[in-house]
Design a protein around this ligand. Structure first.
Ligand code: HEM
Length: 278
């Protein structure tokens, strides 16, 4: 009898928790989709901005940029060029830091890449803040204030991730590092979310003639606050034992990923690839 009870207890303990598995699968689905989408963004940054720089035609950057290259504006142009170079580097480096297999097998590499990632996150944000407030950007005040808050949050999250890693508080480091990655991806989420919205609505509803419509004003902040909110739900579902919580969060992540996939296709076809051909 005791053996039977013991065996059934054992089975309950070792029985695969389907909800936990679903949550893990949804997270992998989200991450893989983000990696593909960010790789396409890097191809665009290198293929458009990099190619124009190599051809010594930085004025071509202004085919896209609003407050971009200014003839004779040396300091601002160098900061813009550094921002674009760091954009490519950080977008490649971020996902590499989050792959568990790479992290556990090559911890010294993770540490060095982590330091480089955090320094790059700080520098790209400082460069971005300078650019917003000296040369401007598309849209109105919401865009300027929204991305500036994004930049300040990157600075805070990057420093917190570093401090917790240095003090070997690994659980807290992990949370802040994930938040840093999402905040750094804010500009990518902005483009992907905008294109998902336009594709789902089959037109630029709420975008506005001056790129200052209600959707743009909402998404200028939402592009990083919504991902952060989803991250908090995900971490909470991971920590708690509730199977329902895990299952609901897995469902939410799956829906978010499908919308993100629509946005990646839209951004690649509508914003990025056209600048690589022709
Ligand atoms: C941290 C990750 C970031 C990445 C990967 C990134 C990437 C980029 C890219 C690729 C562009 C060219 C625009 C395009 O072709 O779509 C750009 C432009 C720009 N970025 Fe960033 N950026 C980041 C953060 C920031 C932050 C935090 C700010 C502001 C605080 C900022 C401000 C700007 C500005 C002002 C422009 C020029 C926009 C224009 O002239 O139209 N960026 N960035």
């Amino acid at each position: 009898m005791t053996t039977m009870i013991h065996n059934s207890d054992e089975r309950a303990r070792t029985k695969p928790n389907r909800a936990a598995q679903a949550l893990k699968a949804a997270a992998i689905f989200w991450f893989s989709t983000a990696v593909v989408g960010q790789a396409l963004f890097v191809v665009y940054i290198v293929g458009f901005y990099g190619a124009a720089a190599v051809a010594r035609q930085p004025e071509r950057w202004n085919d896209v940029l609003v407050g971009g290259y200014v003839a004779g504006g040396l300091i601002g142009n160098l900061i813009l060029a550094a921002h674009l170079l760091m954009a490519a580097i950080i977008t490649v480096g971020g996902p590499l830091q989050l792959i568990p297999q790479l992290r556990s097998r090559t911890l010294p590499l993770h540490r060095w890449m982590g330091r480089a990632y955090i320094v790059t996150a700080i520098l790209i944000s400082l460069a971005g803040l300078y650019m917003v407030w000296t040369r401007g950007t598309a849209g109105g005040d919401a865009m300027r204030v929204g991305i500036s808050i994004n930049g300040v949050l990157i600075l805070i999250a990057a420093v917190m991730a570093w401090r917790h890693a240095a003090a070997r508080r690994i659980d807290r480091h992990r949370r802040w590092a994930m938040a840093t990655f999402l905040l750094v991806s804010g500009v990518w989420f902005f483009r992907v979310g905008l294109l998902a919205w336009i594709m789902i609505n089959q037109g630029p509803v709420g975008v506005g003639d001056d790129f200052d419509g209600p959707f743009v004003r909402f998404w200028a902040y939402g592009c990083y606050l919504v991902p952060l909110a989803v991250l908090m739900l995900y971490l909470r579902a991971q920590d708690r034992r509730s199977r329902l919580g895990k299952a609901l969060t897995a469902a939410l992540l799956t829906v978010v990923t499908l919308v993100m996939a629509v946005g990646v296709v839209g951004a690649a076809m509508g914003m990025w690839l056209p600048h690589l051909v022709g």
